[in-house]
Ligand binder design. Structure first.
Ligand code: HEM
Length: 145
């Protein structure tokens, strides 16, 4: 049976080529993925402020997808990422799903505190994420009627 050891898989970008083995180190790590998580979470917050359930839910799900991708590509984060998603993120998800907007704010704050505590766990105590003061300028937060 042919294996990848028998032959080289060459990836052609149209501008140049590299081998399949070289793809691994090119895959995004947390330094690339986390800022995207921050943007999704920012949107989730202001969607919740606007009582826009589908948008808040969508942004939270996209943030989770990114966090799962980050943990898949960097397995040392798997355990704490799963814990975070199943605990703090799940509480926020429930508040959104049930449109319990009074529970939304405290659940959100608890989730951000937990995220920053994980940053500390990984010796990144200088990375303290905070909710931007303004809503994201590129999306209409108003719920559709
Ligand atoms: C609400 C959830 C979270 C948000 C909004 C968030 C946000 C961010 C942002 C914006 C950065 C990049 C800062 C910068 O370089 O300018 C970052 C970095 C990082 N985050 Fe998170 N984070 C969250 C949850 C987590 C969790 C749960 C973990 C681990 C289990 C984690 C681990 C890390 C690590 C290791 C870095 C540093 C990456 C590097 O090496 O550059 N984060 N985070």
């Amino acid at each position: 049976m042919a294996s990848s050891a028998d032959h080289e898989h060459v990836i052609d970008t149209g501008k140049g080529t590299f081998t399949l083995e070289e793809l691994g180190p090119l895959m995004p790590g947390m330094a690339e993925i986390m800022p995207q998580v921050g943007v999704r979470i920012w949107k989730c917050y202001y969607a919740g402020q606007a009582r826009n359930r589908p948008l808040a839910r969508f942004q939270l799900k996209e943030a989770v997808n990114l966090m799962e991708k980050g943990a898949f590509l960097r397995p040392k984060y798997v355990e704490n990422m799963d814990k975070f998603i199943n605990e703090e993120v799940a509480v926020l998800g429930k508040a959104i799903d049930s449109e319990d907007w009074d529970a939304f704010e405290p659940a959100f704050v608890a989730m951000v505190d937990a995220a920053n505590a994980y940053h500390e766990v990984y010796d990144k105590e200088f990375l303290r994420w905070k909710i931007p003061e303004e809503p994201p300028p590129d999306l209409d937060m108003t719920p559709r009627r």
